[in-house]
Ligand binder design. Structure first.
Ligand code: APR
Ligand code: PHB
Length: 394
């Protein structure tokens, strides 16, 4: 069997690409090693850049998003129990959008399902070969039986642990990685909003973040160690720590029922190239960012915007000029997103072993940010997201 495009992974990257290609009549198959319920239920962040929202709308899958999303004109920044609002909309004319990324995945998978698209759930890809041949080969396991198929192109949209990147021989692509001695303890809470926008707080005891999913569901995080034991965090201990790090005179964090607790270590990783022969890497397969910039899904969508534009141009106009630039354009944008996510992590977190001088300088940097309009404009541009190099013709 041969398909034009074989997509590995039905996360946001793979499902959006399959959907966009289908809109232009380009055939693809999607391999996903998990069940649909598992993919839809995975814990994810909830902030979308305007370009990511616009891509969903242009692709015709933005209806529920537009109805249920919460637009936010800026963010609040906490500095050792003082609160400061940065008004992105006033500074640069756009804000950000809160819409759960698991909702994005649900919308995309439902759209693909609705048109009967070929998404093979519980069908892991075990290998990719012949990257540099006339066609590329995908090996997968269906119902316990190993099978192969060929494609013009493979898109590795199979996340950090996927099979696509692992199929590249050692040294085939240069990669960079950093692990942090930090983790985020996250909670989902049934409660009303304590603030109208997300609230990023620097505190001598560690970073804390107040975010939301809907007006009645809040999402909060505490900086903890990367090997923290969740069992040691009772609900009361979490709330007390959040109060300590987020609180200020005359404002109270609204508490509610905690219905989910999770722990995530922080990591930065990226590939210097996002193409290896006939295989393209997109989304988490090519780059992971610490969550401090909320860039995971947004950079995945930036990749897919350029990659889908390139594949559409290749198949409809017999012109590969965008496709041939994909790796360069994607990496150029992603390295800047990496820098922002890394710098933002350094800005807000207390790293083990830092002394009072270093913490005071961190505080001074944030004090500069909340008082200087030029610094705020630069922050606003980065937080709301860099442009997409190409958009698919839809
Ligand atoms: N074969 C088939 N599918 C695989 C394989 C494999 N060998 N390995 C992994 N997968 C699947 C995973 O089960 C997962 O559903 O690939 C998918 C990859 O999805 P994500 O990890 O969500 O990656 P991506 O789609 O690039 O998501 C981009 O969105 O919500 C955010 O945190 C998320 O930052 C990430 C971003
Ligand atoms: C979230 O709402 O989950 C969220 C918001 C902002 C971030 C990270 C996560 O930077």
């Amino acid at each position: 069997m041969h398909v034009p495009v074989a997509i590995i992974g039905a996360g946001p990257s793979g499902s959006l690409l399959a959907w966009i290609l289908r809109q232009r009549g380009i055939e693809s198959i999607v391999f996903e090693n998990r069940s649909r319920a598992y993919v839809e239920g995975r814990i994810r962040a909830g902030v979308m850049e305007q370009n990511a929202v616009d891509l969903m709308i242009r692709a015709g899958v933005g209806e529920r998003l537009q109805k249920e999303c919460m637009y936010q004109p800026g963010v609040e920044i906490g500095i050792n129990n003082t609160h400061h609002f940065i008004d992105f909309e006033k500074l640069i004319g756009i804000g950000v959008t809160v819409y759960g990324q698991s909702e994005v995945t649900k919308d995309l998978l439902a759209a693909l399902d609705g048109v009967g698209h070929n998404v093979l759930y519980e069908t892991p890809v075990t290998g990719v070969s012949d990257h540099h041949g006339d066609k590329i080969t995908v090996t997968y396991e269906e119902g316990g039986v190993e099978k192969t198929m060929t494609a013009d192109f493979v898109v590795g949209a199979d996340g950090y642990h996927g099979a696509s990147r692992k199929s590249i021989p050692d040294g085939g692509i240069k990669m960079h990685e950093k692990t942090y001695p930090l983790g985020w303890l996250g909670i989902m809470v049934k409660a009303k909003q304590s603030k109208p926008t997300a609230f990023f707080s620097f505190h001598d005891r560690g970073f804390a973040l107040l975010s939301m999913r809907t007006p009645d569901i809040q999402r909060l995080y505490l900086q903890v160690a990367n090997d923290e034991n969740l069992d040691e965090w009772s609900d009361d201990r979490i709330w007390d720590e959040l109060d300590t790090r987020l609180g200020t005179e005359g404002w109270e964090l609204i508490r509610g029922e905690i219905f989910q607790k999770d722990l995530a270590p922080l990591r930065s990783f990226f590939c210097e190239e996002q193409r290896y022969g006939r295989m393209f890497l997109a989304g988490d397969a090519a780059h992971i960012v610490p969550p401090t910039g909320a860039k995971g899904l947004n950079s995945a969508f930036a990749d897919i915007s350029v990659l889908s534009a390139g594949l559409i141009q290749h198949y409809t106009k017999d012109d590969s000029s965008i496709l041939d630039q994909y790796s360069k354009l994607a990496v150029e944008r992603n390295v800047q997103t990496q820098r922002f996510s890394w710098a933002n992590t350094a800005k807000y977190h207390i790293f083990p072993g830092t002394n009072s001088f270093e913490r005071r300088m961190q505080q001074a940097e944030l004090e500069y940010l909340v008082t200087d309009e030029t610094a705020q404009t630069s922050y606003a541009k980065q937080h709301t997201g860099l442009p997409f190099a190409y958009w698919p013709e839809l």
